[in-house]
Design a protein around this ligand. Structure first.
Ligand SMILES: N[C@@H](CCC(=O)N[C@@H](CS)C(=O)NCC(=O)O)C(=O)O
Length: 200
């Protein structure tokens, strides 16, 4: 299989972590892709009309996107336990982690795609407000599921928090979230997280 991917994308990292956790890393060849909404030239637009990554090209069927679909497919393919049946909380936690990534990535695109005079600070702060609310919710309500057996929600949140470190370090997401910060430090020790760290 081929994975259109980029080492700095939190959504691609989520897929990569699932590949490691399910013992399938060797089954996939990476194809580097790069781009953003105003420059999709380096993205696999012919197989994902959205021009987004990750995209997984299978041997036995049409290409898959987005990261949620790919992760479920890979988990099924390996008979993994990352999507506990009927555990809607794990899927909601995955959506929360992905939502942090969506907002955090849009903030980067605002800075990268728009000329400085066209950038709109309230919109950027509105994206960060989404992240901040999600962090508060994780700290207040989700620690039980985060501390349990590994699942897709944990992977999504861990990749999201690491992306905040990478792109929004100055916002100091750990402030006011000590339990979440401690969990992230522990989860980051997993071999799958170590192997997929952007600088690795
Ligand atoms: N919901 C998608 C989001 C993927 C996504 O936004 N990927 C970014 C890279 S981090 C991208 O390809 N952006 C290009 C664009 O928005 O044009 C997923 O879970 O895979």
């Amino acid at each position: 299989m081929q994975l259109f991917t980029n080492p700095f994308s939190p959504f691609c990292r989520k897929v990569d972590v699932v590949l490691h956790e399910t013992g399938q890393r060797g089954d996939v060849e990476d194809v580097d892709a790069v781009g953003h909404p105003t420059d999709s030239g380096g993205m696999p637009t012919s197989i994902n009309p959205m021009g987004k990554i990750p995209v997984l090209v299978r041997e036995d069927g049409p290409a898959l996107f987005d990261s949620r679909v790919i992760c479920q497919y890979l988990n099924d393919r390996a008979g993994g336990g990352l999507f506990p049946v009927g555990n809607w909380d794990a899927l909601t936690l995955e959506a929360l982690g992905d939502g942090i990534c969506d907002a955090a990535v849009l903030m980067v695109y605002e800075a990268r795609s728009r000329p400085e005079e066209a950038q709109y600070a309230p919109w950027v702060e509105g994206q960060w407000a989404k992240v901040a609310r999600a962090l508060d919710a994780l700290e207040a309500r989700w620690m039980g599921l985060l501390e349990g057996p590994v699942n897709i929600g944990q992977i999504s949140v861990a990749c999201a928090l690491s992306y905040l470190d990478l792109r929004h370090d100055a916002r100091d997401w750990r402030a006011g979230h000590p339990a979440l910060a401690a969990w992230h430090a522990r989860f980051s020790e997993r071999p799958s997280m170590q192997a997929t760290a952007p600088a690795a």
